[in-house]
Design a protein around this ligand. Sequence first.
Ligand code: NAD
Length: 408
Amino acid sequence: MNAFTHAQNQLKKAQEAAQYTDNDIQFLAHPKRAVHVSFPVTLDSGEIKYFQGFRMLYNDLLGPGKGGIRFHHHVDEHEVKALSFWMTIKNAVLNLPLGGGKGGVIINPKEYSQNELERVARGYIRALHQSLGPQIDVPAPDVYTNPQVMAWMLDEYEVITGQHAPGLITGKPLEVGGSQARSYATAQGGAYVFREAAKLHSYTPSSTTVAIQGFGNAGMHMAKILSEWGYKIVALSDSRSAIYNENGLNITKAILHKQEKGSLEGFDKEIAHDDLLGLAVDVLVPAALEGVIHKDNVDTIQAKMIVELANGPITPEADAVLEQKTTVVLPDVLANAGGVTVSYFEWVQNNQGYYWTEDEVLTALEKKMVTAFHEVHEKVSESNQSYRTASFMLALDRLVKARELRSR
Ligand code: NAD
């Protein structure tokens, strides 16, 4: 099953649960616009190489498209289509005035110099600038793109159009119109969503154990925030090792260890990578890769709650098993939406030309995440569906209504 078929199955489930007809949701069957480009880049050797890039605007009923650009050798049309669809759902769950978009370049960035990557970023914008714009479709960083890449892309767009347009792209460095708190927004948003769910399940921080897979942007900040709130983080992993301490790990020291040694290796007792997922913990936070909980390991999962900071960490087969086991899964379209929510705030600040303090961003983020969680929870209570299906149902309500009002 490719990613887009998986996405369409999730949509079908929500459609049936919410009793929408095929006709009601036919506007979500395909992207509104899918652009596939091939563009030249001069390499450091002087050789010219053509790269393929994509940008899809899946839907813009609620506002301009919004979603990242990834640089990866596995990027393909199905993946970009699925990701742009999921952004449409995520932005609607958070009630952001934004549609869904996604882009990518087929490239292994590790094989190119910084100068070459800059020329790829600029070449992508030269090829696609007519499909992008602060009121058209607004990209952001994704896998293997970062604030520096966003700055190059913004600069290229401004050179082409001859005007300042900081709202073209988000996830920028602060000096060129980025937002405070953007760097840790995904984890902060996930932590707010988790905190609300934990209250409903009467989890108290000191007696709640947490295992986190992935110690990069999302996982490391999540570990830091939850440990500051008093939760007991007993296991962490990165691509090289997984560590465990039943009495709780010192996260400040783990971060220093990772910064000094480049990995968690040797920080505490090591366990097999796969064993982290099956630990007897209260909460599991997958914050690394897609598809890590699948049909062959789902039976080992003991956590009562899973917070999906990664995109798509649970395969559809495993999701069905977890639903039967009544494991509470806080889905990616809700739990990792803090990043796009602060990207939305960045776009608002750019459009106003007025910049917020970190406290102002965090206050607004907390409000958005807490509201979205309770709206989804209300749907769960009404429909007796999972948080994932209820999130899709909430998004569908907003999208279907917007389509009806526009008579489009
Ligand atoms: P990242 O590259 O900063 O970190 C990924 C981490 O996963 C690294 O620590 C890496 O060592 C670890 N990892 C890789 N393979 C692993 C394995 N087999 N077992 C354990 N750990 C492994 O990436 P990130 O930005 O933290 O993103 C992580 C996930 O969160 C992705 O699915 C991404 O799509 C999702 N996400 C991130 C953001 C964001 O703003 N950063 C927003 C939404 C969703």
